[in-house]
Design a protein around this ligand. Structure first.
Ligand SMILES: Cc1cc2nc3c(=O)[nH]c(=O)nc-3n(C[C@H](O)[C@H](O)[C@H](O)COP(=O)(O)O)c2cc1C
Length: 400
């Protein structure tokens, strides 16, 4: 039997094989962040497809932190029944659920946050995607955000999640605090590595307080931010990873890139130029086209592109498990990764968009490689507020 189909223990949770559905924004919640039947249906198939641990799309913890119009939210108690349906459908079909906590910080627009200007540790830089220069958070807002993580975690636990995930990568609020570029505060939340780490440390504590003993806490951490000036770098990520391990984080996924400054590093492959341009106002299109065209060919798909960073960070992890994410495609390479001890689990995102039944097919010996071609039309679709699926054949035309 392939090593990929051996169980894995994380905290006191056992998952049946080594496959993890990496967090994937579905663009399927309703405009108020409630779970829909379309969302439930997606996860029914993934669980039936034998993915052992399913991390659905990032869930917003606070109204000011909403990142996208159809993001699932865990920011109020009335979201719990929908979240429970989501956990239930995953369980009924044989999977384990791991809900992901997220606060966009600066990576959003006023339209998504009920009119609030995007907030961040510091008011630095204007990002090239939303053209946002954020407002620096007050001390009270920082405490409020940490508290919101804890409260959202409590709702997730009540809804029946088996584990909790915090995104401290991809440029979201925790990542913004960890970055020496995006966090230029001089108070206790910035100015030194220890201070920049404080937000994440306190968030972990706030979340843990609401989790049952032994429930796994998993985190995504950037190894490189690729912001205009250095943010998190591999050396810094290694320091943070050591502290996360000491704080009792059970598993880490190492990733690169931020959503608004450098998102192609998050999903290497083709640059979906036309799809990215489509939702922009006419005046932005010519310049955006030039910028995006210039990016073509610079982010070509590389198998397991985060492995070098994961290997660099792994020695400080102690008992914390490593889930490798980014560019896992060939079964033979996945097996090698686990056999050689470089990772404990294989996290995948785009391959499951194309093939929800991929794991089952691998187990049955029907395939040796994911069919995903990393065309990134799925990313192009969500940018246009279209529900997630594989759009390798192109996006449908705009409705008149
Ligand atoms: C359409 C799409 C949505 C994503 N949404 C999330 C998300 O909600 N949370 C998260 O942690 N990562 C998200 N990611 C990043 C993926 O989890 C993953 O790190 C990345 O796609 C690389 O893995 P892959 O090569 O298996 O696709 C998303 C990626 C894509 C393509």
């Amino acid at each position: 039997m392939s090593i990929l189909f051996t169980p894995l223990r994380i905290g006191n949770l056992e998952i049946k094989n080594r496959f993890v559905h990496a967090g994937t924004y579905e663009c399927m919640a309703d405009e108020n962040g409630y779970v829909t039947d379309q969302l439930l249906n997606r996860y029914k198939h993934l669980a039936r497809g034998e993915v052992a641990l399913i991390i659905p799309g990032y869930m917003n913890v606070h109204p000011k932190g909403k990142a996208t119009p159809h993001q699932t939210c865990a920011d109020s108690d009335d979201k719990i029944p929908g979240l429970k349906k989501l956990a239930d459908i995953i369980h009924e079909n044989g999977g384990k659920a791991c809900f992901q906590l997220a606060h966009a910080g600066r990576q959003t627009k006023k339209e998504y946050t009920g009119g609030h200007a995007p907030i961040a540790p510091s008011s630095v830089g204007r990002d090239p995607m939303y053209l946002v220069k954020p407002r620096a958070m007050t001390e009270a807002e920082i405490e409020e955000a940490i508290d919101a993580y804890g409260k959202a975690a409590a709702r997730m636990v009540q809804a029946g999640t088996d584990a909790i995930h915090i995104s401290a990568g991809a440029g979201y609020l925790p990542n913004q605090f960890l970055s020496p570029y995006l966090n230029q505060r001089k108070d206790r939340w910035g100015g030194s590595n220890e201070n920049r780490f404080r937000f994440v440390r306190e968030t972990v504590m706030a979340v843990r307080k609401h989790m049952p003993e032994g429930m796994p806490l998993i985190m995504k951490l950037n190894a490189v931010d690729y912001t205009p000036k250095d943010g998190v770098t591999p050396d810094l990520a290694k320091i943070y990873a050591g502290w996360l391990s000491e704080s009792g984080v059970d598993a880490l996924e190492i990733t690169t890139g931020t959503t608004v400054f450098s998102n192609m590093h998050m999903w290497r492959g083709e640059v979906p130029v036309n799809e990215f341009i489509r939702p922009l106002p006419a005046w932005q299109k010519p310049l955006a086209w030039l910028v995006l065209k210039n990016m073509v060919g610079k982010f070509d798909f590389e198998e397991m592109w985060n492995l070098k960073h994961a290997n660099f960070i792994k020695p400080v992890l102690g008992d914390t498990k490593m889930f490798l994410v980014g560019g896992n495609r060939r079964v033979e390479q996945m097996e090698k990764l686990i056999e050689e001890g470089n990772a404990d689990a294989i996290s995948m995102c785009r391959p499951f968009i194309r093939e929800p039944y991929l794991v089952k097919r691998i187990r049955e010996g029907k395939t040796k490689e994911a069919a995903c071609i990393s065309c990134n039309k799925c990313v192009g679709a969500i940018v246009n507020n279209m529900p997630l699926r594989c759009y390798a054949d192109g996006l449908p035309p705009k409705k008149a």
